[in-house]
Design a protein around this ligand. Structure first.
Ligand code: 13P
Length: 251
């Protein structure tokens, strides 16, 4: 077995939080975070990024979306340069909620990943199949097409500067996580797809699992060979649960 990559655990707060709740979260998280043996990112709603700044260190700051454009008449959008300006190091692109609720295509997601890199941000690129697609035996085809679009835009080396996240849509917010074996199967296939273009970038690429990760299932998920950490939604709202999940990612 080859050595695993340093683990990365990212919180995706989604549309949750407030000034006071975020301050409470930081106060509970930061004193206990010094001993963590993984990289940690917190992806907060846009409006709180400035205030959060470096207050979550050692966790780095991330955003949940970025515009595929640089500047101009794009009402409501936020550019990668703006995110970097307020201290973000990371940004999620292609989350299934953006794909489903905002109609983001593979091409848009790929363009966002490219813009993120150009702005000096590390993209966390999400892929994942719906329940219907899984039951139709199309999981590999779906995630492989989603990944291919991003690889065309930023290449394996660009992707490995960020991270890839496998988030089966049926596991998000449902309490029904993929089994470690199901997740490992997909993670292994994704890494193999990257390796066909660039074995060394594939070996260094961190592939996160997301979808109902909790303290109770994190150790088993993170112990899989191709699972290098997690992208955590609901459980990240509790600093205690998030710390427990981070502690499960020890490599
Ligand atoms: P849950 O952990 O709430 O299932 O959400 C996962 C997710 O979508 C993280 O991006």
């Amino acid at each position: 077995m080859t050595a695993k990559r340093r683990a990365l655990v990212a919180a995706n707060w989604k549309m949750n939080g407030s000034l006071s709740a975020n301050a409470d979260w930081a106060a509970a998280f930061v004193p206990k975070a010094a001993d963590l043996r993984c990289d940690v990112v917190v992806c907060a709603p846009f409006v709180y990024l400035c205030t959060l700044g470096r207050s979550l260190a050692p966790a780095e700051l991330g955003a949940q979306d970025v515009s595929e454009r640089t500047a101009g008449a794009f009402t409501g959008d936020v550019s990668g340069e703006m995110l970097a300006d307020v201290g973000c190091r990371w940004v999620i692109v292609g989350h299934s909620e953006r794909r489903q609720l905002h109609g983001e295509s593979d091409a848009v997601v790929a363009a966002k990943a490219a813009r993120a890199l150009q702005a000096g941000l590390r993209p966390i690129v999400c892929v994942g199949e719906t329940l219907e697609q899984r039951e139709a035996g199309r999981t590999d085809a779906v995630v492989s097409a989603q990944l291919a679009a991003v690889l065309d835009a930023i290449g394996p080396e660009g992707l490995s500067r960020g991270a890839l996240a496998y988030e089966p849509v049926w596991a998000i917010g449902t309490g029904r996580n993929a089994t470690p074996a199901q997740a490992q199967d997909v993670h292994g296939a994704l890494r193999a797809q990257v390796a066909r273009q660039d074995p060394s970038a594939a070996a260094g690429l961190r592939i996160l699992y997301g979808g109902s990760v909790k303290p109770a299932n994190a150790v088993e998920l993170f112990s899989q060979q191709d699972i290098d950490g997690g992208l955590i939604g609901g459980a990240s709202l509790s600093p205690a649960d998030f710390l427990a999940i981070c502690a499960a990612a020890r490599i």
